[in-house]
Ligand binder design. Structure first.
Ligand code: PBG
Ligand code: ZN
Length: 324
């Protein structure tokens, strides 16, 4: 008779809030989050991004004040994206000593020296064609782009960026950047590699936010979202090339990849909850279909549970304000 009933009852540990908290396996803290920000030069007012409610382009002249506000709220790190008015066919503003990449790093570090500044290192927001490098015909020239990545990295490091975060998805980009940084004496500037970056349709709202001119896609350099083994291979290559931390992007639909890389590497691992992931949660919340705050926390917790140490998320300020 009694063996009709379960001998093992996992529900015992779920009976009340105290027990549930005591036995909770995963937790994320504000200290685990990195806030991505969009900074536009030459404008006076914040520009709301309609596909990302709650996110604005920051006028460059208000950047220092914003960084101070983030720091007061408990944000420890930002990833800077520039919205440039100085486009050309190679994105040369990115390696100009007084270009937007350099100015953003300088302004952030001057405002709050202890803020960890990660400089997104790419060209798509600075090129007239919107591709992430030097375009030859219809193809992005990998090795010509490596040289420019090195130049941009040195400029960002000289301006005070703590991390160079290459997102161009070029082969050998970490090696090229490490070499350029070391040759210029920036041995202590770290590299957060976008080491497994998929050609995802979840980047849709970012196009509006970052104002890229791209027509077409990036499938010739970013990864096929259906490839799991290659995802590990890409991240391990960046580890060999000298990356200080790895990253999976996007995050929520790629938890298997996060878990695989966590198991394959001892480096710190970040995951980027991208613009489309944010928009899906935000708009579903605004429509009353889900509780935005709870789903945001659940999704970020799940990314952590899968194996990410750090999470880049546009929810970081909301979470800082509301408490985690
Ligand atoms: C481009 C870049 C993209 C994002 C970050 N850097 C877009 C892309 O690769 O098409 C996406 C970020 C987001 O969607 O939140 N180098
Ligand atoms: Zn790019």
């Amino acid at each position: 008779m009694s063996n009709l009933f379960p001998a093992v009852r996992p529900r015992r540990l779920r009976q009340n809030e105290s027990l549930r908290t005591l036995f909770q396996e995963t937790e994320f803290r504000l200290d685990d989050l990195i806030l991505p920000i969009f900074v536009e030069e030459g404008i006076d007012d914040f520009v709301p991004i309609s596909s990302m409610p709650g996110v604005n382009r920051i006028p460059e002249k208000m950047l220092a004040r914003e960084i101070e506000r983030y720091a007061r709220a408990g944000i420890r790190s930002v990833m800077t994206f520039g919205v440039s008015h100085h486009l050309d066919d190679v994105g040369s503003d990115t390696w100009s000593e007084n270009g937007l990449v350099a100015r953003m790093a300088r302004t952030c570090k001057d405002a709050v020296p202890e803020m960890v500044v990660m400089s997104d290192t790419c060209f798509c927001e600075y090129t007239s064609h919107g591709h992430c490098g030097v375009l030859h015909g219809r193809a992005v020239d990998n090795d010509a782009t490596l040289i420019n990545l090195g130049k941009q990295a040195v400029i960002a490091a000289a301006a005070g960026a703590d991390f160079i975060a290459p997102s161009a998805a070029m082969d050998g980009q970490v090696l090229a950047i490490r070499g350029a940084l070391d040759a210029a004496g920036f041995h202590d500037t770290a590299i957060m590699a976008y080491s497994t970056k998929f050609a995802s349709s979840l980047y849709g709202p970012f196009r509006e936010a970052g104002g890229t001119a791209l027509k077409g896609d990036r499938k010739a350099y970013q990864m096929n979202p259906m490839n799991r083994r290659e995802a590990v291979r890409e991240s391990l290559l960046d580890e060999q090339e000298g990356a200080d931390a790895l990253m999976v992007k996007p995050a929520g639909a790629y938890l298997d990849v996060i878990a695989d890389i966590r198991a394959a590497s001892r480096l710190p691992l970040a995951a980027y909850q991208v613009s489309g992931e944010y928009a899906m949660i935000k708009f579903a919340g605004l429509a009353g279909a889900i509780d935005e705050g709870r789903v945001a926390r659940e999704s970020i917790g799940a990314i952590k549970r899968a194996g990410a140490d750090l999470i880049l998320t546009y929810f970081a300020m909301d979470l800082a304000r509301d408490g985690i």
